[in-house]
Write a protein that binds this ligand. Structure first.
Ligand SMILES: NC(=O)c1ccc[n+]([C@@H]2O[C@H](COP(=O)([O-])OP(=O)(O)OC[C@H]3O[C@@H](n4cnc5c(N)ncnc54)[C@H](OP(=O)(O)O)[C@@H]3O)[C@@H](O)[C@H]2O)c1
Length: 334
C-alpha cells in the first residue's frame, strides 16, 4: 500500500510517500481501507520529534481517519466487513490501510460522509470534553477562543454557540476572524502574531475586558500558549475557567503563570488532555460523540473541512498547519 512516512525527524519537506507492506490483522483490531484522513497540530510536532508521545521511526503521521472495514480480528464485536467507520488512532492515518484497535473505532452515522467523519474526532472530541467536562460551560456565559479559526478553535466556536454561550473569537488576521464570525462567533478581534511585548500584552488584556464590559470572559479556551496566555488570564472573570489546550505558539514557549492571579480572580487553570481521558473514561467519551452526532444532525455543528489534499500532497497539508495557514480542518482524500 502507499503511505506518507516520516523516516527522519524534521519539517514536512522531509516526509515521503512510499510503497510499504499492508498491515496484518491482529486480535481486537480491524483493518480499515482509508478514504479520508485528517491533520492536527500534533502531526506538526510529531514529525519534528517535539510531541509528548513519539512513535519510533519510521512512522506514518495522521491521528485520525475514516473508511471501510476490510478485515476483522478475533475478539471484535459490533463491526462487520464493509462497515463505514472512523478511527482516532493518534498516528498512522495517512495511508491506504490502517490497523486500528476496536476501542478507537466508531461507526459513521448515515448522514455523514468520510471527509467529515475524518475531521470530527480530535477537534470536536477535544472541544466538547473541554467545554463540558472540564469547564462546565453554562448557557449565557462568555467564552473567549484563541487561535479561533484553527482546527480545535473553530470546533470550539461552533460548540460554544451550540451550548448557548456568547463566543468571542481571537485570531491573527481579519480573514481568520471573518471565518469565525461565519461559523457563529458573536464577536471577533485580531491579535498580533509572534512574541507579544509588554505593551501588546496589556493591549490584549484591555481589549478582552472592553469586549466583556470590564467583567472578563467566564471561560478561556487556549490552544496557543506563548505570550498570549498571561494577558488572557489577567482578563478572566471571577470564577473563570482557563482551559490549557495546547502550545501552537511553540513547545519551547510554554507559559508560566503568576499563581496570585488565580487567588485574586477566584479562577481555575484547567488542564485538558482529551486523548488520556478517552482511555480512562471510554463510556463518557462515547456519550460525547452521541451528542456530537445529534448536533451534526440538527445542523448545530459543521465539521466540513476547509482545505483538501491528496496522498501525494499530504506533506503540504501538514505544512499548511505549521505555516499557520489552516482555517478550520485540513483533510487528505485517498
Ligand atoms: N489538549 C488536547 O487534548 C488537545 C487535543 C487536540 C489538539 N491540541 C492542541 O491544540 C493546539 C491546536 O491544534 P490544531 O490542530 O487546532 O492546530 P491548528 O489548526 O494549526 O490551529 C492552531 C492555531 O494556533 C494559532 N497559532 C499561534 N501561533 C502559532 C504558530 N506559531 N504556529 C501555528 N499556529 C499558531 C493559529 O491561529 P492564529 O494565526 O489565528 O493565531 C492557528 O490557527 C495544538 O497545540 C495541539 O497540540 C490539544
Amino acid at each position: 500500500m502507499k503511505a506518507l512516512q516520516c523516516i527522519e525527524l524534521g519539517g514536512p519537506e522531509k516526509l515521503v510517500v512510499n510503497e510499504i507492506a499492508d498491515p496484518i490483522i491482529a486480535d481486537d483490531h480491524v483493518i480499515i481501507e482509508v478514504k479520508s484522513a485528517s491533520v492536527n497540530f500534533p502531526d506538526v510536532l510529531m514529525i519534528q520529534g517535539l510531541y509528548q508521545f513519539q512513535p519510533p521511526l519510521p512512522f506514518i503521521p495522521g491521528g485520525e481517519s475514516a473508511g471501510v472495514i476490510t478485515e476483522l480480528g478475533k475478539g471484535v464485536e459490533g463491526f462487520n466487513i464493509g462497515d463505514k467507520v472512523f478511527a482516532a488512532t493518534g498516528v498512522g492515518g495517512i495511508c491506504e490501510k490502517i490497523l486500528a484497535h476496536k476501542n478507537n473505532v466508531r461507526h459513521i452515522p448515515d448522514d455523514m460522509d468520510f471527509e467529515i467523519a475524518a475531521a470530527l474526532s480530535v477537534t470536536y472530541g477535544t472541544s466538547i470534553y473541554a467545554l463540558k467536562q472540564r469547564a462546565n460551560l453554562r448557557a449565557g456565559e462568555t467564552l473567549l477562543v484563541l487561535g479561533a479559526s484553527g482546527g480545535v478553535g473553530l470546533a470550539t466556536v461552533q460548540l460554544g454557540k451550540a451550548m448557548g454561550a456568547r463566543v468571542i473569537a481571537a485570531a491573527s488576521t481579519q480573514e481568520k476572524v471573518d471565518i469565525c464570525i461565519e461559523n457563529g462567533a458573536d464577536e471577533g478581534f485580531i491579535y498580533p502574531s509572534g512574541n507579544l511585548d509588554r505593551d501588546q500584552q496589556k493591549e490584549l488584556s484591555n481589549k478582552i475586558k472592553e469586549l466583556t464590559g470590564g467583567m472578563g470572559p467566564n471561560v478561556i479556551y487556549d490552544p496557543v500558549g506563548g505570550t498570549y496566555a498571561e494577558p488572557c488570564l489577567r482578563s478572566i472573570a471571577w470564577d473563570g475557567r482557563y482551559l490549557v489546550i495546547g502550545f501552537a505558539a511553540g513547545a519551547d514557549q510554554i507559559p508560566k503563570m503568576p499563581l496570585n492571579l488565580t487567588l485574586l480572580k477566584g479562577c481555575q487553570i484547567v488542564g485538558v488532555f482529551w486523548g488520556a481521558w478517552t482511555g480512562m473514561f471510554p463510556e463518557e467519551n462515547q456519550k460525547n460523540f452521541e451528542e456530537l452526532f445529534e448536533m451534526y444532525k440538527n445542523g448545530k455543528i459543521d465539521p466540513s473541512p476547509s482545505d483538501k489534499f491528496t496522498l501525494d500532497t499530504a506533506a503540504d497539508a501538514i505544512a499548511h498547519l505549521k505555516d499557520r495557514k489552516a482555517k478550520g480542518k485540513v483533510v487528505i482524500n485517498l
